[in-house]
Design a binder for this molecule. Sequence first.
Ligand code: NAP
Length: 244
Amino acid sequence: MKRIFVVGATSAIAQAAVRRFAARGDRLFLLARNEAKLEAVVQDARARGAEVHSAVADLNAFDLHASLIEDAAQALGGLDVVLIAHGTLSDQKACEESYSDAEQELRTNFLSVVSLLTPLANRLEAQKGGTIAVISSVAGDRGRGSNYLYGTAKGALSIFLQGLRNRLHPAGVRVITIKPGFVDTPMTLEVKKNALFAAPDTVGRGIVRAIDGGREVVYLPAFWRLIMLAVRAVPEPLFKRLKL
Ligand SMILES: NC(=O)c1ccc[n+]([C@@H]2O[C@H](COP(=O)([O-])OP(=O)(O)OC[C@H]3O[C@@H](n4cnc5c(N)ncnc54)[C@H](OP(=O)(O)O)[C@@H]3O)[C@@H](O)[C@H]2O)c1
């Protein structure tokens, strides 16, 4: 039994992981913004047999983060695993026109995670163990004209997690960077679907496997590692001419 704190628990990908945690008897603290959606996820996890605690908060209220983490640790009797899943797919055009839109996207997709991970990392470092898993994105592997605001936030997040992994390794704390490709969730409702889209359940299963196993940078599905290897290998003089 693991004591698992899930941030952004109503995300379709997080829900797929939560269903698996619940079915095997992990103890859960689920945090999300939308009370009605969260209640449905809590009820589903309880029906699968899990002990479930929950809290509602907008994660852009950074001043609440420390007390939410304290509440989760108290309710669960400690923390073994933290999964951070919240995010928004930025409106690239709006971010090009308005810095305040761009800043808002960077706050949600990058800075809110730094704010959460500052006290969380210190807690796990002090207890000398635990696992931090965070959903970043393949979009952070290379900047593209069509979504570089979101890509910037996720790229910065991936670098932050890399540094955190390096810092926390001596304390026995694992830091897992999850990099999904396209996933068919409410976030991509407006995006035209193609054969590369994965189901949230496939990605949720991969996240649980990564938490249970030893991998630290996980592309989901795994073929995205090769796609991104190729994308990163394109020379910049050519890449800048591509419509991506
Ligand atoms: N779908 C993809 O193709 C894809 C690809 C790569 C990475 N990802 C990443 O995967 C993660 C999960 O996304 P998803 O695909 O599962 O999409 P989703 O179902 O739309 O989930 C996004 C979640 O983030 C929550 N959220 C957004 N802003 C928040 C805030 N300020 N405070 C609290 N919660 C907030 C949303 O809450 P509400 O329900 O209240 O809006 C929702 O639960 C995200 O980090 C996303 O960037 C997704």
